[in-house]
Design a binder for this molecule. Structure first.
Ligand code: ADP
Length: 441
């Protein structure tokens, strides 16, 4: 029943009762009855109000006071309003939690600053990038807690596109890039990116271009010098001309080899999988490689080949020939005359195909071994060039092996020799394992 109607009805009831008492017992009795009725009504309402007030201090549905008359509607209305309010609050805090989780999941750092550059919130990545303590540092001026040179000036005049790049004091090996994005009433969003890898890739690219240019420049300078000399000379003995031309051919061969290796590398780096998968007859391949090595050695080394007859592998024959060939030619080039070289293809006890090239050459000091497969990394630049090296052989080997999921193991001792061992995964399909056969040159 509506509250106004219920109250009017009760007042009318009291008035009617009082008039009846007045008519029956006299006017005074009627007034007394009216006052008593109003007083009772008042006490009951005050009582209900007190219960409502007590319940509102911690409103719970199951403790809702048993209301009387029109108070039932009031209690239920208040309870409904409170429940709606709390549902809205739950929804807002759920959304907020979701946004916080999303901001935490970002790979970049996010820090929110107020108009006075005081920290309002930051995700864990920003905390790690900028050396902040979430919670503890909230409310502090970010320029007082983040040790980044030029940060104050950067925040004062936030340019739309520019970033502030810096190495954080607590992790000097890392390179971070900071971007400040203004939003709503002078607040700012500080976004930090880890650009260490991008910078490293940039440096590698720059070094690579510098190395290639340098490698090409040397033979080009020689050829250019000879050509200039020949064009200036009015008369030149035929023998000298032949010598010049022979040297120019040598230098152009060097350039050709370098360009071939570069093309091979760029092809290998272009995709993860071997050019094609085929059954590679390692037996035949190794004997052909040994013949090439003997030609390069010109009889100055003993070259042995040991092959597990039926052990074949699946992969790209061209790529594997190139990788194995690079190792074999390195063995010849870095082994002084009179030394021994052994090419072996076998199946190990775990049924994996293993190719190895062992030499009794100059060997490699331990500190160089981890870097040998880097492009243009050479232990002895002079010897590499003298023997026609491009500095790319082992980088090619590395990429071919990556594409064949194979591992390269290098063991070496300066002055004693080296062993380069390639281990293929079992699933590359090694067939049978009959007795090994040895061929000697
Ligand atoms: P390079 O064309 O200079 O030989 P590689 O990439 O094939 O380039 O090899 C990188 C470097 O590793 C070589 O310059 C050389 O110093 C070293 N190296 C490679 N193989 C051997 C080996 N069998 N014995 C000694 N040093 C080697």
């Amino acid at each position: 029943m509506p509250i106004g109607f219920s109250l009017t009805f009760k007042l009318l009831l009291i008035a009617f009762g009082a008039v009846s008492v007045g008519l029956w017992l006299g006017e005074t009795a009627g007034w007394v009855a009216a006052c008593a009725g109003l007083a009772l009504l008042h006490v009951l309402h005050v009582y209900q109000l007190a219960r409502l007030q007590r319940w509102l201090q911690s409103p719970k549905a199951d403790e809702l006071p048993d209301p009387w008359g029109m108070w039932g509607a009031v209690f239920a209305g208040v309870y409904r309003a409170l429940r709606m309010e709390s549902r809205k609050r739950d929804e807002v805090s759920r959304d907020l939690e979701l946004f916080t989780q999303a901001a935490q999941a970002l790979p970049d750092g996010i820090a929110m600053l107020d108009s006075g550059d005081q920290l309002l919130w930051c995700n864990d990545t920003a905390a790690q990038h900028l050396g902040l303590q979430p919670g503890r540092d909230y409310g502090l001026r970010v320029t007082n807690i983040v040790r980044v040179p030029r940060l104050a000036a950067f925040l004062q005049d936030v340019p739309a596109e520019e970033t502030l790049d810096f190495h954080p004091a607590h992790n000097a090996g890392q390179l971070l890039s900071l971007k400040a994005i203004p939003f709503s009433d002078g607040r700012k969003l500080l976004v930090s990116f880890d650009i260490t890898k991008i910078e490293r890739a940039d440096t590698t690219r720059r070094d690579f271009i510098a190395n290639v240019s340098h490698e090409l420049r040397t033979p080009l300078t020689v050829i250019h010098g000879f050509l200039e000399h020949m064009s200036d000379a009015t008369v030149m003995p035929a023998e000298q001309v032949r010598r010049h031309i022979a040297l120019m051919v040598q230098q152009s061969d060097r350039m050709l080899k370098l360009v071939d290796d570069l093309l091979m590398l760029s092809r290998l780096e272009g995709s993860d999988a071997p050019q094609r998968e085929e059954r590679v007859d390692v037996h035949a391949m190794l004997h052909a490689l040994a013949d090439d090595a003997r030609a390069l050695s010109a009889g100055q080394h003993t070259i042995n080949v040991t092959v597990d007859e039926d052990a074949a592998i699946s992969g790209s024959a061209d790529e594997l020939r190139s990788a194995f060939g690079n190792l074999a030619s390195n063995a010849v080039r870095y082994t002084p005359p009179g030394g021994a070289i052994a090419l072996t293809w076998c199946v190990d006890e775990q049924n994996r195909g293993v190719f190895s090239v062992a030499d009794s050459g100059i060997g490699i000091a331990a500190e160089h071994i981890p870097r040998l497969t880097e492009r243009f990394y050479r232990v002895d630049r002079g010897r590499s060039r003298e023997t026609g090296g491009t500095g790319l052989g082992l980088a090619i080997v590395k990429h071919v092996l990556l594409r064949h999921q194979a591992a390269l193991h290098i063991q070496s001792e300066p002055g004693k020799g080296s062993e380069f061992r390639i281990v293929f995964p079992v699933w590359r399909g090694v067939v049978d394992k009959p007795a090994a056969r040895a061929d000697a040159a």
